[in-house]
Design a protein around this ligand. Structure first.
Ligand code: ADP
Ligand code: MG
Length: 256
């Protein structure tokens, strides 16, 4: 099957006044439609650079990035980007924050509003439609940020450490909820995280990156024997510990 996205031997360096800073080198991987890929690696290893190349915001120095078999450009497809900060507008209600994208795209407001309320209902946030973001918990804000991204029907979701500002308990709950939303909406996603357990429980496929300029130190497809496990369920499965040990070893070999 043709992958949705493929990187072949991609290299990228930043050019600054102080000289060239190589960020990634010879990155090769592919992503199938509806797959959930996690990128893990030490801080500064080039994970965000890889996402920006995927979004078409940066162009590789060498190598090739294909989307549905064709060279990727900024207009190849629609990406939804979710970051550590939710960037909700404090002076707009939850509903108006969600409607921002459809408004900019000129979508008829009645239909967009119906869809937004439907999504809020589906993800247990309907009663917060009229409140302002500062009245929500950090976890709720991240769920609203995801709905705001989803309503624009992106073909690919790029999640750059979206849970790192949350406390541990909230992080587990929100990771669980967000993973279920992404799976229910049949989205293809790339998650950047430095939390191995998060990568193993949320994704189907993990790439371990070496320190900068990064290459792929290990490429691992995850497979849990029991069907329909939530990320929280996966933590108590025997495969979880096995994957954790393997990936931990590769992650630490990249430090050496
Ligand atoms: P990560 O997301 O894994 O923490 P980044 O992709 O942000 O890493 O950065 C990879 C490397 O590229 C780092 O060495 C970083 O300092 C460098 N870098 C990132 N952005 C820029 C930039 N705009 N200009 C110069 N160097 C950059
Ligand atoms: Mg980063």
């Amino acid at each position: 099957m043709q992958p949705l996205l493929s990187f072949s031997d991609v290299c990228y360096s930043y050019h600054t006044l102080k000289g060239e800073i190589p960020a990634i080198r010879n990155i090769t991987f592919s992503l199938q439609e509806k797959e959930f890929l996690a990128l893990v690696g030490p801080s500064g290893c080039g994970k965000s650079t890889l996402l920006n190349l995927t979004a078409g915001l940066l162009q590789p120095d060498s190598g090739q990035i294909l989307y549905q078999g064709k060279p990727l450009t900024l207009c190849s497809f629609s990406t939804g980007y979710m970051l550590q900060k939710d960037h909700l507008l404090g002076w707009q209600t939850v509903l108006d924050n969600i409607l921002l994208g459809p408004k900019i795209r000129g979508v008829p407001m009645d239909a967009a509003k119906k869809e937004a309320l439907h999504m809020l209902e589906k993800y247990q946030l309907r009663r917060y439609a009229g409140v302002y973001p500062d009245q929500l918990s950090g976890g709720m804000r991240q769920r609203v940020a995801l709905i705001r991204t989803m309503i624009n029907a992106p073909s690919l979701l790029l999640l750059d450490e979206p849970f790192s500002a949350l406390d541990y308990q909230t992080r587990l709950d929100v990771g669980n909820d967000i993973c279920q939303i992404i799976r229910q909406e049949n989205k293809t996603a790339i998650l950047v995280t430095h939390d191995l357990a998060e990568a193993i429980t949320l994704a189907d496929h993990v790439l371990v990156l070496s320190k900068a300029p990064s290459h792929i130190a290990f490429d691992c497809l995850l497979n849990f024997a029991a069907p329909d496990l939530t990320p929280l369920d996966k933590r108590s499965q025997p495969e979880f510990q096995t994957y954790f040990n393997i990936l931990w070893r590769h992650l630490h070999e990249t430090d050496g």
